[in-house]
Design a protein around this ligand. Structure first.
Ligand SMILES: [Zn+2]
Length: 87
């Protein structure tokens, strides 16, 4: 399921961000500013992954009947009129 992939991406990104920010805090306390710079890059990458996951989550809601990507939330597909079950 693509939806599951999006959720896993978001969860992984959040995990990376939290871990990285903790490490960054420790390095700031240690005065390890090279390490802080590396952590800043990792945090930026994690943030991008989070945005990508959120975009996937929003974009990949598909009609189970005709397979088209649904642009709006609703109970019925605007393309084929088939019933679309919620989350
Ligand atoms: Zn449809």
């Amino acid at each position: 399921m693509m939806k599951k992939a999006a959720i896993i991406t978001i969860a992984a990104a959040v995990f990376v961000l939290v871990t990285d920010l903790l490490a960054m805090g420790l390095m700031i306390a240690d005065g390890n500013y090279d390490g802080v710079a590396v952590c800043a890059y990792i945090a930026a990458a994690g943030f991008l992954a989070l945005i990508a996951g959120a975009a996937m989550r929003l974009a990949l809601r598909k009609c189970p009947h005709c397979g088209k990507v649904l642009p709006v939330s609703g109970r019925f597909c605007p393309y084929c009129g088939g019933r679309v079950d919620g989350e």
